[in-house]
Design a protein around this ligand. Structure first.
Ligand SMILES: C[S@@+](CC[C@H](N)C(=O)[O-])C[C@H]1O[C@@H](n2cnc3c(N)ncnc32)[C@H](O)[C@@H]1O
Length: 310
């Protein structure tokens, strides 16, 4: 099973996601990060004409792509411009209380990274924005130019485990005295200067600005806060035997998923479907470099009496 690229985004671990979520005809499926609709298209086919697909995304541009991609789906489709942290209210607005499948494919999509004017990428010059949801008020430029050095250092360290956070924060604060930092290329240059690395040299496997950009993006979009809320509310929205899949792309987002699933297993709320996280095979890693860091975890909601059955 192959997920076709939609609007430039190739969905990751498509076969594994579909197998492990085990969608049945008639299921109500929530894709909490519908993006361009690559995974969702397959979910819609699996739940069929008796099923229902509900897709959420904070990015209206991606929602529009999903709308096109899901136009002729067999099932009822509802696409909502909403944050998955508001999932309960979003489902309430549709008169849905419990769902059979809940899936989140975290982070940004290639469609967002590829648009220079969204400001997500150090490889494309653009305004330092990074808002996935255009309704948000604070951009990456606001953070970089306004917050104290200590706060900036913590933000970079805790959101991306960047060991050079202190050096980078210091250099950013020095540089902003010469004028507001407003573009991705200027920020990338400042980071390379702080680390004394030429981004074109092959010394490091990843671009020196990768972690700092990730950290800022996570802060602008409150990605950790939203994930924490999703993990908190998931048991209440999952029907007994309902499956919950989360795909993460770095340890700062995978770790809370691992710990949450483990704790709820001990509380007999979840059974763990993936004893170890599922990762992409060699072929997929070669074909789609983004898949290299993906980790998929799936849990199953146990009935309220904690039995395995149903
Ligand atoms: C990796 S992409 C998903 C791609 C999708 N699975 C596909 O096949 O096209 C992640 C998407 O999640 C969205 N997103 C990120 N955080 C979100 C949140 N808290 N609530 C809703 N959508 C979110 C992003 O805007 C982006 O479109």
């Amino acid at each position: 099973m192959k997920g076709n690229a939609v609007g430039g985004h190739t969905p990751v671990l498509v076969r594994e996601v579909c197998e492990l979520l085990a969608i049945r005809p008639g299921d109500v499926v929530v894709d909490a990060t519908v993006g361009a609709g690559g995974h969702a298209r397959l979910f819609a086919e699996a739940c069929g004409s008796a099923g229902r697909l509900i897709g959420l995304d904070v990015d209206p541009a991606n929602l529009a792509l999903a709308g096109e991609n899901l136009r002729d789906c067999p099932c009822r489709v509802d696409l909502l411009h909403d944050n998955f942290a508001n999932l309960r209210a979003a489902l309430g607005s549709l008169g849905v209380q419990r769902v059979n499948v809940l899936f989140a494919d975290l982070g940004v999509s290639s469609t967002q990274l590829d648009q220079a004017d969204r400001g997500f990428s150090f490889q494309r010059d653009g305004p330092l924005d990074m808002r996935m949801d255009p309704r948000l008020k604070v951009t990456a430029a606001d953070l970089v130019n306004r917050i104290k050095e200590r706060e900036l250092c913590d933000l970079i360290y805790f959101n991306a485990q960047e060991r050079a956070a202190r050096r980078i924060a210091k250099r950013i604060c020095q540089a902003r005295r010469d004028g507001r930092i407003t573009t991705t290329s200027r920020l990338a240059q400042i980071i390379c200067g702080a680390l004394r690395v030429d981004p074109n040299s092959r010394r490091s496997k990843i671009h020196p600005a990768t972690r700092t950009f990730q950290a800022l993006r996570m802060a602008v979009n409150d990605e950790s806060g939203c994930l924490t809320t999703l993990l908190e509310i998931a048991p209440a929205v999952l029907a007994p035997s309902g499956r919950f899949g989360v795909m993460a792309f770095h340890s700062v987002e995978d770790k809370p998923v691992k710990l949450d699933f483990r704790q709820r297993k001990n509380e007999r709320i979840y059974g763990i479907v993936t004893k170890r996280p599922i990762v992409a095979g060699d072929e997929e890693r070669r074909a789609n470099p983004r898949s290299r860091s993906a980790k998929l975890r799936v849990a199953v909601r146990l009935p309220d009496d904690g039995t395995e059955g149903a």
